[in-house]
Design a protein around this ligand. Sequence first.
Ligand SMILES: Nc1ncnc2c1ncn2[C@@H]1O[C@H](COP(=O)(O)OP(=O)(O)OP(=O)(O)O)[C@@H](O)[C@H]1O
Ligand SMILES: [Mg+2]
Length: 266
Amino acid sequence: MQAKPFLSIEGVDMTFKRGAATTQVLKGIDLTVDKGEYISIIGHSGCGKSTLLNIVAGLTKATTGVVLLEDKVVDQPGPDRGVVFQNHSLLPWLTVYENVALAVDKVFGKAKSAPERREWVMRNLELVHMGHARDKRPSEISGGMKQRVGIARALAMEPKILLLDEPFGALDALTRAHLQDQVMQIQADLGTTVMMITHDVDEAVLLSDRIVMLTNGPSANIGEILAVPLARPRDRIKLATDPIYLKCRQAVLRFLYERNRFVEAA
Ligand SMILES: Nc1ncnc2c1ncn2[C@@H]1O[C@H](COP(=O)(O)OP(=O)(O)OP(=O)(O)O)[C@@H](O)[C@H]1O
Ligand SMILES: [Mg+2]
């Protein structure tokens, strides 16, 4: 018997209704993800990437189809799926430490003692090199630092899968590169399964095991899935001239700019 997939998205359609108007955003999305895999979803703006991620997160209910995580139907948000959004979603009145502790207390309130939970919060902050800023509030730290805290908060819940919606989108190029390297390192150390949405072709190739390319909406579906057969750990400088890297990059560019040119919705 074939092993069951870790994450399985089966026949997902999504139609939004507003009054008499209906828009089908996603149509017939089928995708399976293995444990430990790093998957990117790429596609033009408005094609339905965030909608798909929100369905996997359990924040949005698909019109038809199901999502199974280790054979369990996803029908609401849960700590087995750690979500990081593009715009840092930290609570502004809490410190860095308290933002992570809130999630940890909720998930491990019963399973871990108070000192164990404190240690766990700090361990996850150290993982993203933010232990030093534990007592700062979100308004006192940079955008990249906020994203790191968001990642620490998601990881601290020990999710089965990390769902990242353009996690580096709002950052400058240098901070973005630095954080991408950190996420690659964390994934190598913890073996986390990741589903990441991105607009950025280089980011997709650098980080992913497979790149899922969505066609333009309405009724977007999976146009192509590209495997990225590059050994890990990956070094961005060496890869810049690697023929496999360049070939993958070109395949994604071709998909996005030749076969699925961005058309501004009327
Ligand atoms: N709650 C909603 N009600 C109605 N329409 C919605 C809703 N959420 C999303 N949409 C529509 O669904 C489409 C896909 O939106 P989505 O946010 O998933 O796109 P995206 O691929 O993430 O875009 P971007 O790259 O700009 O973030 C858009 O046309 C959007 O207007
Ligand atoms: Mg989006």
